[in-house]
Design a protein around this ligand. Structure first.
Ligand SMILES: Nc1ncnc2c1ncn2[C@@H]1O[C@H](COP(=O)(O)OP(=O)(O)OP(=O)(O)O)[C@@H](O)[C@H]1O
Ligand SMILES: [Mg+2]
Length: 139
């Protein structure tokens, strides 16, 4: 793990469906401000939108924390999606492309991982889920 410092942050509650859109817009704005190019802005926004939608769909409510972060050598964006919903029984299974417990495409989690530089998921049945993603600015 890297030693990281936070420069700025924003918390977005996910309480209803339109908060997913608000989160999406906020992540794009942060990505732009931090200095990501349009392609990376879209990668970040797409991942954020999938993970915020999962909160809405499976946990009902939660929050998204957007942070501008830096370590010794680089600067980037860190976004945390946390909820106190039902959690996942099998995280490894849920990370496989095409796995869905409902009627989704099963692409939200594995797709988000591919779009980002780092992806961490922690979940405990009946306690909730936390997903953290990072993208670093190219040096
Ligand atoms: N925050 C969460 N809380 C509880 N379960 C979750 C959460 N996020 C994902 N899951 C579980 O993991 C599964 C896989 O999620 P993923 O986003 O990859 O696919 P999906 O939501 O089913 O379909 P898609 O996102 O492609 O429409 C979900 O079907 C759901 O069972
Ligand atoms: Mg999903």
């Amino acid at each position: 793990m890297h030693e990281e410092r936070y420069i700025n942050s924003e918390i977005i509650p996910i309480l209803e469906e339109r908060d997913v859109v608000i989160c999406r817009q906020a992540c794009r704005e942060w990505a732009r401000r931090i200095g990501f190019n349009l392609v990376d802005q879209t990668r970040i926004t797409t991942a954020a939108s999938e993970l915020a939608r999962n909160i809405h769909e499976y946990a009902g409510a939660g929050e998204v924390i957007i942070q501008e972060v830096e370590d010794e050598t680089r600067r980037g964006i860190k976004i945390t999606f946390q909820d106190q919903g039902p959690g996942l029984d099998d995280v490894e299974e849920a990370m496989k492309e095409g796995y869905t417990s409902h009627k989704g495409m099963g692409m939200g989690l594995p797709g988000s991982k591919k779009l980002m530089d780092e992806f961490y998921i922690q979940s405990e049945p009946e306690k909730g889920t936390s997903v953290t993603i990072y993208k670093w600015l190219p040096i």
